[in-house]
Design a protein around this ligand. Structure first.
Ligand code: UFG
Length: 330
């Protein structure tokens, strides 16, 4: 099957592209290279530098390559940035995604896996979060994902053969174990990479954003899932997608770790001590988010290989140690 991957030069998209190719699929990647890395795109796939709002070019790509399904990763994905620049987020994540969907419609492509987020749940009333937990985002990034979920539901209702799966990611972390793919964000805002950069001496310390949350140690709790486990879930979701489906799965490990626990785990994995500063809360952070991923386990047989957060951190540490400047050569 020929698959179109949007955002295939990004952190998650590049890891999923690799697995798709290894599973025998032909992959076409489109990416505007705004935040992605051209060298992260597997050389076995076809690459186009195209933005989501270029509907006609997307139609051309889909038609010329007889694309049968789309995996849609391309998005802006920093919560604080979305709070500061909401229009930019809606333009990319909603308008851009609608342009992609129009292109799929014109090119008669009827299967989509959409990268959604646990951010669509906002501050849940109860934990763990299931797919039935009410969705009430608390920041523009979360809303942008939820709005496009709704667009897809409405499109699905009008085109009953259209097949879509929403994968709601929790905190994706870790890197490919062969060392060829990794995490290289600019700016970097995510906790694990930042703490590892402190371990490497690239930053003086990590600032913990808020110590007065209603959690056991007062710092925010998140559910960390390895990027290759997440990639494997995409393959399962794609292979099981049937005409007319509209499915939703949470993708997390099911266990919450606080910011302090992550820092301690990094100290243990790296054997280095991490200087910490305690700061104010960061805009848009819910206190505690962790998943029930029972549904995807039961329906698709998804079993994460990296169940321990220390194993996830180890794979990231291997990447950061060997690529202190990310994909940029020294
Ligand atoms: N944190 C710090 N210091 C830092 C960086 C992060 O204390 O220097 C804290 C954050 O405040 C948060 C936790 O570490 O409590 C995790 O933060 P990340 O930035 O690593 O991840 P987020 O939980 O903010 O974001 C992730 C995804 C988003 C998704 C969001 C849902 O990256 O795409 O989960 O909440 F929307």
């Amino acid at each position: 099957m020929t698959i179109l991957v949007t955002g295939g030069a990004g952190y998650i998209g590049s890891h999923v592209t690799r697995q798709l190719i290894e599973q025998g699929h032909d992959v076409v990647v489109v990416d505007n290279l705004n935040r992605g890395h051209r060298c992260a795109v597997d050389s076995r796939c076809i690459f186009y530098e195209v933005a989501l709002n270029e509907t006609e070019r997307l139609v051309e790509v889909m038609t010329n390559h007889s694309v049968e399904a789309v995996l849609h990763f391309a998005a802006l994905a920093y919560v604080p940035e979305s709070v500061a620049q909401p229009l930019w987020y809606y333009e990319n994540n909603v308008s851009g995604s609608i342009s992609l969907l129009k292109a799929m419609h014109q090119a008669d492509v009827g299967k989509l896996i959409f990268s959604s987020s646990c951010a669509t749940y906002g501050i849940p009333d109860s934990l763990p979060i299931t797919e039935e937990t009410p969705q009430m985002p608390i920041h523009p990034y979360g809303w942008s994902k939820l709005v496009f979920e709704q667009v897809l539901k409405d499109y699905h209702a009008a085109h009953p053969d259209f097949a879509v799966t929403f994968l709601r990611y929790f905190n994706v972390a870790g890197c490919s174990t062969d060392g060829s793919l990794g995490e290289d964000h600019d700016p970097e805002t995510h906790l694990i990479p930042i703490v590892l950069q402190v371990a490497l001496g690239q930053r003086e310390c990590v600032t913990v954003y808020g110590t007065d949350y209603p959690t056991p140690d007062g710092t925010c709790v998140r559910d960390y899932v390895h990027v290759d486990d997440l990639a494997a879930a995409h393959i399962l979701a794609l292979n099981s997608l049937q005409a007319g489906d509209c499915r939703t799965y949470n993708l997390g490990n099911g266990q919450g770790f606080s910011v302090k626990q992550i820092i301690a785990a990094v100290e243990q994995v790296t054997g280095r001590s991490i200087p910490v500063k305690y700061g104010e809360r960061r805009a848009g952070d819910p206190p505690s988010l962790y998943a029930s991923a029972e549904l995807i386990r039961q329906e698709l047989g998804w079993t994460p290989r990296y169940a321990e957060v220390s194993e996830i951190i180890q794979t990231a540490w291997d990447w950061f140690r060997n690529h202190p400047h990310g994909y940029t050569p020294e």
